[in-house]
Write a protein that binds this ligand. Structure first.
Ligand code: IP8
Length: 274
């Protein structure tokens, strides 16, 4: 028990946004190799400079998951036989992406360990209600870096559902009492409008449960079956209310992830209790 508490002191949950490490070419999912290589290099350097850190990495899907989840309407729950094949197909694409992420991390000296959510996780109406936390803890205690991802899961009420990494990361941060949750995206944080489309979009430096109301949040992705920025924020504000603060940073910009993991909390949007 003592060792578990000690490991949680340094526990960091990092979400790597799917849009940062993937792209779509001619309707086929592709890995953004330059970004993945650089991110793995930054994580490798942090882990050798600060070996006391226990790290859980959750990566998003990008087209690897969203393209197929949408093609088989998996976000609607189980409604027809046609979807059954899509469960395995979507999961296979996610496993492939996960394999590439883990391999790249390992090449950069990270003791990365793949962890498949659909093998042990169950949802109920889209909410994660079961996950093998004890297994995750034991692997962390061995010194491994868990590398998990968004996935297709069994759902007690709807048959199947999509587990977003944006749901899994806060779930793990809360249930394993992480002291930091970092969400790495391809924008500088939360904006008042979509910064890729609106030049007047302003960065919101910090959000608390009290300031959320009245905040206009921009920047969702139309191909994303799991909901974009607004859903992400409401989940994180709920988490801040329970005492786990989080940060949204731009890990598409070189060096930002390294600085964040080394302790800099001021680079993007901080979501915390008032
Ligand atoms: O990109 C979605 O994960 P996310 C997972 O983290 C699937 O929302 C299978 C679409």
């Amino acid at each position: 028990m003592g060792s578990l508490l000690k490991s949680r002191d340094n526990l960091v949950v990092l979400k790597i946004g799917g849009s940062v490490i993937t792209k779509k070419e001619d309707d086929t999912p592709e890995i953004n190799r330059p970004n993945l290589n650089r991110i793995a290099d930054e994580i490798g350097k942090v882990m050798s400079n600060r070996p006391e850190i226990k790290l859980i990495i959750i990566h998003g899907a990008g087209p690897f998951g969203h393209l197929y989840a949408k093609r088989y309407d998996l976000q609607l729950g189980l409604q027809s036989d046609r979807q059954i094949k899509g469960i395995g197909v979507t999961h296979r694409w996610m496993e492939w992406l996960n394999h590439e992420v883990v391999k790249t991390l390992q090449k950069n000296g990270v003791k990365a360990m793949p962890f498949q959510p659909s093998a042990g996780g169950i949802m109920s109406d889209g909410k994660l209600v079961q996950f093998p936390l004890n297994v995750v803890e034991k692997f962390l205690d061995l010194g491994l870096v868990i590398v998990s991802h968004g996935d297709v899961l069994l759902d007690n009420r709807t048959g199947i559902g999509i587990l977003s990494g944006d749901h899994l990361a806060p779930y793990l941060a809360y249930n394993l009492r992480a002291n930091r949750l970092i969400l790495g995206t391809d924008v500088d944080g939360v904006f008042t409008a979509d910064p890729k489309k609106d030049p007047n979009a302003k960065l919101v430096k910090d959000i608390t449960p009290n300031t959320l109301e009245g905040l206009k949040i921009g920047g969702s992705n139309s191909t994303d079956v799991t909901g974009g920025m607004a859903r992400k924020i409401s989940e994180l504000v709920g988490l801040a209310d329970k005492g786990v603060a989080s940060e949204i940073i731009n890990i598409a910009k070189p060096g930002r992830l390294y600085k964040a993991l080394m302790g800099d909390r001021m680079q993007g949007t901080l979501i915390h209790k008032a």
